[in-house]
Design a protein. Sequence first.
Length: 418
Amino acid sequence: MSDNATAARRSAIYLLDQILGEGRLLPECLAAGALDRLGPEDRARAQRLTLETLRGLERADRLLDNHLNRTPDLTVHNALRLGAVELCHGEAAHGVVNSMVEIVGRSRKHGRLKGLVNAVLRKVAAEGPEAWPRMRVPRLPDWLRDPLIMAWGAEAVASMEQAHFAGAPLDISLKPGAQGPGDALPTGSMRVRDAGQVSTLPGFDAGDWWVQDAAAAVPVQILAPKEGEAVLDLCAAPGGKTLQLAAAGAEVTALDISEARLERVHENLARTGLTASIIAGDALEHQGQYDAILLDAPCSATGTIRRHADLPFAKDGSEFGGLIELQAHMLAHAWTLLKPGGRLVYCTCSLLPDEGEVQIEEALAQYPDMRIDRDALNVPGADAGWITEEGGLRLRPDYWANLGGMDGFYVACLNKTP
């Protein structure tokens, strides 16, 4: 049994405790240094184990319930869940069971339960791998599932859950003329299967490409920046869209309220050799006049569950009303920064119509100088069936099911009358 493997598992259990017990998002935990003591490979393994366990949580709990008289303390429960998922994914039983027994056994609080952990996981090892694929695809929690069914229907939501359970491959955007690893997607992004360590992939050090989900690359394609245009990228971090704008030759101002998150933008600009003016500040206080604006508004991020399996468990929807109000304020202020004759692309990585379609319907009714541009949505790979009633583009995780899905996004292009 590898000490490194046990350390990664122990860290994964800690992350599960934070997400399921404290309602913390995985990025919060990582930013607070949860994995800083691990080497790069073990950090990656701990994150992978955490996400795999969250994706398979419903199945793991059903298997474990057959062998538990009552639910144990959260930390022990999470050790059992992690063990069950690993066993059902084909990990060697002796390594998984011994590791979990050691982790629980070393705990002052839970050490007496190591016998329970041993007995339960041995039973799961015997029956779990055969039972696992016959179980239903894990469902979203009701707080999110119910409004999504109202919006898209039960069949579509079931397909989204299938995409969430499958997880997300690595997508990249290329600098013009550059080559990249992976397969070309209809929208021009590239998809890399089993990518491993991103920084070791061909072209990374040369700055030929950057990581960006294919759906997240579509808003800039719709904005269609031109060389020399003054373009404002609001809420710019982590910077994928900033890089797209800069690669098109635009004079980019990238603004974000988080200086820490802007560090990633600086790093990626340096690596790719692209340039943009970076400002740490509040989008609602920014001033200036721009030819084009990209507003990737703060949102529920419900479109990104393929890669952020922690989100449905760490959130409960209680903050979404405030986000919807903030989006309306940000769109209103951004509209004042747009020159007459200019264009603004509004987008959110959300599956909730209140953060997309409804926002734009209300804006169009409110601003007499605002026109929606349906023609701008005609970009490579965008299906005409994805265009919504009010004239935006709706992207969903169940689209491109045969290719590995995409993040959920809403995108609308708004023109300001001259």
